[in-house]
Design a protein around this ligand. Structure first.
Ligand SMILES: [Ca+2]
Ligand SMILES: [Ca+2]
Length: 109
């Protein structure tokens, strides 16, 4: 599942380049002065931090901005740390210290 993400990103990146490469005519000048450059940010990104083939960190984005970061700190497949962001700033967090699946520590920043 993790492995599909880089491929998707790759395809997204390859899109405009490929179109440009096969274009018979030069790229048309932008009709509107400044087309807004929309960052190609996925809704979520899973990362395998300990390289065991299973994701253990998940970044969740809203409107292209990080909103939540979930981490499986003991690599048992369950999220035991969640960090919440507002406008890219860490505002609060939760922690499952004894890894029983229930959060038992809460932080505000
Ligand atoms: Ca892992
Ligand atoms: Ca865990």
């Amino acid at each position: 599942m993790v492995r599909t993400i880089p491929i998707i990103v790759l395809l997204l990146c390859a899109g405009p380049a490929a179109a440009h490469a096969e274009g018979a005519e030069p790229a048309p000048a932008p009709e509107t002065a400044a087309a807004p450059s929309v960052p190609l940010t996925p809704k979520s990104v899973a990362t395998d931090q300990n390289k065991d083939g299973k994701p253990d960190q998940w970044e969740h984005y809203e409107n292209g901005v990080i909103a939540r970061l979930e981490t499986d700190t003991n690599y048992d497949g369950k999220v035991d740390e969640v960090a919440y962001f507002e406008e890219k700033r860490l505002v609060r967090g939760e922690k499952d210290i004894d890894h029983d699946g229930k959060m038992d520590q809460w932080f505000t920043y």
